[in-house]
Design a protein around this ligand. Sequence first.
Ligand code: GAP
Length: 590
Amino acid sequence: MERIVSLCKRKGFVFQSSEIYGGINGFWDYGPLGAELKRNVKDLWWRAMTQRRDDVVGLEATIIMHPKIWEASGHTTTFADPMVDCLLTKKRFRADQIDPQSGVVYHFSGAESADKSKKSDEAYSCLVAPGKNPELARKSARQFYQQRGVAEAVLLGERTETVENSTRYNPENGSLLTEPRLFNLMFKTYVGPVESAENVAYLRPETAQAIFAQFKNVAEVARQKVPFGICQIGKAFRNEINPRNFTFRSREFEQMELEFFIRPDEAVEAICGEVARPAGAGHPGPPQRNWGWQMWHKYWVEERLAFYENIGLPRATLVEYWQKPEELAHYARATVDILYKFPFSKRDEKGELAGEELEGVAARGDFDLSQHQRFSGKAMTIFDEELKAAWAKLDEAKKSALAERYFESRRNYLVKMNEAPEQAQKQARQDATALGSGMYVPHVIEPSAGVDRLALALICNAYCEDQAPDEKGKLEKRVVMRLHPRIAPVKAAVFPLLKNRPELVAKALQVRDLLRPFMTVFYDDAGAIGRRYRRQDEAGTPFGVTVDFDTLGEQGAELKDTVTLRERDTMKQSRVKIDALPTLLLERIR
Ligand code: GAP
């Protein structure tokens, strides 16, 4: 990982934000290559998720929205992580990310100075790992009491206790941590000049909520019928307690989210007579009318895995992790995390990289739209003509069975949201009656990915060290970024063999201008050709185009207007006609 981070800075993929002022923890800037890489990630996602589909449309909403949105979504109350501080160094940790430790804990009830002029009754503890010197605990304790004004402390009330798998101690120095406190991760600000409670607003912690809040507007104008989706790419902000692993956990990042709205299963059953369920592993094929939430969920998991493979992440580097029931958010019916095996991932019991989350694909039921319906007082229901017609044809027993199931799920949701039981009952009954007239709040499947995490995965996956011949043919170490041509920041580099031969330079510039309308091209005439190749290998440029004397026809007319095309990964070189270059390269980068 260190080598990757160093390459990112050296080549201009990623810089620390505000570096000249010492940086700011959890914030990263993308340099020239990183900016192109991120743009490619977003463009490919956008193309795959909306432009190449009939059933998904886009949205671009504001970062700051009405604060009620975050009350409805639950973020103001539940979007919090437990944090703990080291009593000695004040370093802050996420309580749920502390590795359990075992050893002997030294407890002290207090301390007083040698001349007895100062005393502290504050208790302190420090864990000493097996085999380590107990003096370490006493040294930490003296430091702790010194910070409280007791210099050269005589420690009081020492006693020991053996603990196993405790998360109460700082893994770095054994010092006791504070009790966990919940810390809301939303960045708060004020709208307008007055910093008062009624002007509080938040930087969005996810892009998803804007999609729910604009659902009705989009559904009306987009001429879409459920099932259909709304997608968005944009910045999100989380005041992470412990930003870490380079850009993986940042405080400012970008998300690519799709909310795909579907019929409740009861509506599918009313229309199709049955609801199809996943029958095995793999992609379930093109969407069908009789799909319920499980098929749609499976479909989106497979679509997203295919997307990652299509931009160069091999299937073997990805993990499809089905959250266990106890891990699911209270509103989720199922969530699959798509993990990438980052170099910093933890290892499983077999020593394999376990993977870290790139994307979550969640089946969220009708929770989000229902919440916004309750908080805004605006109906989030849609009218489904097909359902109304199908319902009218059902026999009474079927109608009542489906209505009862729908009633139960609506009532459960309302009760969970603390509605009074009678009110929940009444509202759920109305919802079940409305279903029979074709009205319902759509359910949603949400594939939610991070741009920065994906860019980092692509960088980690591409980084490679191999050997290449130097100018004299001697093998030397080569760093090469094997980025898929679709994602590579620069697609082709164009080189004149020598920069002091105007005919070569003029021809190379012509080739650059020929390719430029179709792809990002980099022109480089500085240094020996081998060095120029190496620089582009490190930048991940898949193709090098060299204009040489053959191009000018000096070695025979048959080679005139041909160039050397060098492939980054194999270092193979071939002779290609200049006219054929755009088509040849476009086939490889699209
Ligand atoms: N709307 C659902 C949602 O926001 P999430 O799992 O909290 O779900 C979705 O976030 C994705 O956003 C993650 O899979 C990850 O790729 C990205 N993400 C979340 N927190 C991040 C952070 N602090 N830094 C970078 N990316 C982050």
